[in-house]
Design a protein around this ligand. Sequence first.
Ligand SMILES: [Zn+2]
Length: 163
Amino acid sequence: MDAIKRISNSVRVLIMKANEENRINCPFGSIKLPIDLWYCKLTKQACPIQAWLDPPEFAKLERYCKGDEKTKAGIKETIQTGLYKGQHHLPGRYLCPLCKSSKGSRRYFYEGDLYWLSDYVDIDTCETRSKIVKAGISLAIYSSKICKDCLDKVLDKIGAKQS
Ligand SMILES: [Zn+2]
């Protein structure tokens, strides 16, 4: 009995962790660039939960969403049934993979505001590669563009700071 309880508790923790990482954006959320503020398409106001839903509890939605009960129920149902998986890839706006993993609010960028590290330094040399690994920089920089702030930080960390 206790063992089962323990297992189900740890499963719950895992699910909670997964949800932390994969928060789902509300289908009625719409982002206003460049200030990264989520607006509600229904109330036309700033979204009090910044469109971040927290399934399976949806506690924030229940408590702070300004939509009516029918809308809230609809949002929950859409997500619970797996019909809607969140806006992970919105055309024209992107997340910086380095900011994404740090704490704080996620920032979205226009593609033109993101940079390939490889345009600034040769990242395929053994020397640079080992500096990147030693500095603990995410290898996402090999497959994704990053924002200006992160670019500066990375260049600084690997000793290739642009003047
Ligand atoms: Zn960044």
